[in-house]
Design a protein around this ligand. Structure first.
Ligand code: HEC
Length: 413
């Protein structure tokens, strides 16, 4: 009896070892469905679909390489610094599973073990919007080449303030839009010029900040329960469009849908925030690690909820630190390898209380040397400017105001 049991135990071990190489159906598909197919599916932004075994098999080696180096899914925050609610990075065990699957010959396994594929809303992901704001005229994305960032203004025609709890940016064709950054700006009573521009109109002050921290591949967002963002009457929306070409001409007319908060404004906590700039820098030619620092002191209690560092192609790394009035310092975000192509917003899992008198310090480094393969000219002394061959230093941040506070986004530019 004892012997028989031992034999059985040995047999179980042996069979699980031989069946131990991960398969697509059982082990890999769940990871791809959770972390990749939002972008890697037909008609989405990424160049190929990873929805099925047939789709993914030819990419096995590339997938292994991109996940092992943590280039995919795109995520830049140092995990030892903080926790972020929108962290999409893979766990080490998931990376190991994918690597073992590829090393084992990338087998399909048993189709019966395949989980249900995720479904994606055809219309609006946020549900039926209460308001839809549409680009005044379509923009034609050429078949090939690089399209510079375009700034497109959309009037809201709002007669009174609204408080929104969800927002979605809906391009006509998702494949040609890498990302969109949206800002609410002061209206001036006239419909803004419908022509897309190469630079943002500096005479229009930002009033409501961005429409949420929307990352590439996920162009919609909902604020936390009881939190809303105000769009003031008469405001305009400015979209910074990063179009990418896909080998065929595509016409885009992006729409913005918003869902209103149901609670009365007095009961809501305002989503606010701002941008900490430093426009005074000159990055010396060839400097591989030039630091530029910006600071802002808060004159009221608030909660820090998100951060979004913005630099151009010489951007190298970014660190956000809270300097508390009692002298304590706390690093809340470190992006060790800033990537201009993946400008991400990092949402704190737990918004940080910032007492009045605290300072948010933003430190960026720039690589103006030949070692930076994106550097268009290492011999140039680089100053602030809108063009990608110039630089920017903008430490965007989001806040959630205390109940009853009327403060909204401030910008010191
Ligand atoms: C936010 C959208 C997004 C997510 C999520 C994402 N990808 Fe990607 N992926 C892209 C885009 C866009 C590209 C092409 C441009 C680039 O490489 O940055 C790409 C490129 C790739 C490539 C290289 C393709 C080539 O042409 O060589 C691989 C491999 C890849 N992704 C695998 C994955 C895997 C595996 C996951 C999930 C673990 C994933 N990606 C998650 C958007 C995404």
């Amino acid at each position: 009896m004892r012997v028989a049991m031992m034999t059985a135990a040995v047999l179980v071990c042996a069979s699980s070892a031989s069946a131990g190489a991960p398969t697509f159906s059982k082990d890999v598909a769940p990871i791809l469905f959770k972390s990749c197919v939002e972008c890697h599916r037909p008609s989405a932004m990424a160049p190929m679909s990873l929805m099925t075994y047939e789709d993914a098999r030819p990419w096995a080696r590339a997938i292994r390489q991109k996940v092992a180096t943590r280039q995919m899914p795109p995520w830049g925050a140092d995990p030892t610094v903080g926790k972020y609610s929108n962290d999409v990075s893979l766990k080490q065990a998931e990376i190991d599973t994918i690597a073992a699957w590829v090393d084992g010959g990338a087998p399909e396994g048993n189709r019966a073990e395949l989980p249900a594929a995720p479904t994606f809303a055809e219309g609006w992901s946020i549900g039926k919007p209460d308001f839809v704001f549409t680009m005044q005229q379509p923009f034609t994305v050429p078949a090939d080449g690089t399209v510079p960032y375009m700034y497109v203004s959309i009037p809201t025609n709002l007669k009174e303030d609204i408080w929104i709890k969800a927002v979605e940016l809906k391009p006509t064709d998702r494949r040609v839009v890498h990302h969109i950054i949206s800002n609410i700006v002061e209206g001036n009573g006239k419909a803004p010029d419908p022509e897309p521009k190469l630079t943002r109109d500096p005479s229009r002050k930002e009033v409501g900040g961005g429409l949420g921290g929307l990352v590439p591949g996920r162009l919609y967002g909902e604020f936390e329960e009881g939190v809303a963002r105000k769009i003031p009457a008469g405001a305009d929306i400015v979209l910074q469009m990063h179009y990418t070409t896909i080998g065929q001409r595509v016409v885009d007319q992006t729409q913005i849908g918003v869902v209103l908060a149901r609670e009365p404004p007095a009961k809501l906590r305002a989503e606010g925030g701002g941008a900490i700039p430093n426009m005074q820098f000159v990055i010396p030619p060839g400097d591989p690690n030039y630091e530029v620092v910006g600071k802002q002191t808060f004159d009221r209690d608030t909660y820090l909820s998100s951060m979004y560092p913005h630099m151009h192609v010489r951007g190298k790394d970014a660190t956000y630190t809270i300097l508390y009035p009692d002298g304590r310092e706390e690093v809340v975000l470190r992006v060790p390898k800033y990537d201009f192509n993946w400008q991400l917003s990092y949402k704190l899992a737990e918004p940080k209380f910032i007492p009045k008198g605290s300072t948010l310090k933003v430190s960026f480094h720039y690589d103006n040397s030949t070692a930076n393969r994106f550097n268009p000219d290492p011999t140039a002394a680089v100053r602030w400017g809108d063009q990608t061959w110039e630089e920017m230093m903008l430490g965007y941040y989001g806040t959630i105001e205390l109940p009853g506070s009327t403060a909204t986004r401030t910008r010191q530019r």
